[in-house]
Design a protein around this ligand. Structure first.
Ligand code: G3P
Length: 217
């Protein structure tokens, strides 16, 4: 399973990328706004930190302007993936950009029918938002299960990129279902490697090791 980081905070990305566990990054207009920085500068910087795909989202709603924006974004670096919304124009843009060899991430997916269309349009990634479905009383993970099943039936190459992840449990459930990627907020990734019993065990080992008076180096 691949882990992408869902943030536009360059310092966080640098810190987490040092672990070697980050396979890519996803951004969106809200995360860019939160960073308080210039969109193009941020994307360029992130692309230099991670080798994997960095999703940068178009903001236009019409096909022609989406293509013009995508052209600016994909020139920033070789590892830019263009994020388009799951609308009629977004799918049309996905089809065109994918046929030109550009990686496309189709975002704001809330149904399996939408995901099926994105795969038909040649998307490299489909981003179903599990947290936002949970927020309205739906079962976000059921959507992941449906999409994984449908894509497997037809051997679609589109990768299921679980987005709007709110907890380590979301990541685990996505992994159980065989999703290809989870894009995880930095805080959730840190929660994943922390466990109170690990801390407690480490403390006990350190105390006992001190008693031996030995040193490895
Ligand atoms: O990048 C899209 C995404 O992961 C959104 O998450 O928490 O705003 O629903 P959230």
């Amino acid at each position: 399973m691949k882990f992408f980081i869902d943030t536009a905070d360059v310092a966080e990305i640098k810190d987490l990328a040092e672990t070697g566990l980050v396979d890519g990054v996803t951004t969106n207009p809200s995360l860019i706004a939160k960073s308080g920085r210039k969109f193009l500068d941020v994307v360029k910087e992130i692309c230099a930190i991670v080798d994997g795909p960095v999703s940068a989202e178009v903001t236009a709603l019409d096909f022609e302007t989406m293509l013009r924006e995508a052209d600016v974004l994909r020139r920033l670096a070789d590892n830019v993936a263009i994020k388009v919304p799951l609308t009629r124009d977004g799918l049309k843009a996905c089809k065109r950009l994918s046929s030109e060899g550009t990686l496309v991430n189709v975002t704001l997916c809330f149904s399996a029918a939408q995901a099926l269309l994105a795969a038909k349009a040649g998307a490299a990634f489909i981003s179903p938002f599990v947290g936002r479905l949970d927020d309205i009383g739906s079962e976000g993970m059921e959507l992941i299960s449906d999409i994984c099943e449908i894509y497997a039936n037809y051997d679609f190459d589109t990768e299921v990129l679980v987005a709007s992840v709110r907890s380590p449990m979301h990541v685990l459930e996505a992994a159980r279902l065989g999703a290809d990627v989870a894009t995880v907020p930095p805080g959730v990734l840190r929660q994943m490697y922390g466990h109170p019993l690990t801390d407690k065990g480490l403390e006990a080992f350190a105390k006992d090791w001190a008693k031996t008076g030995q040193s490895i180096l």
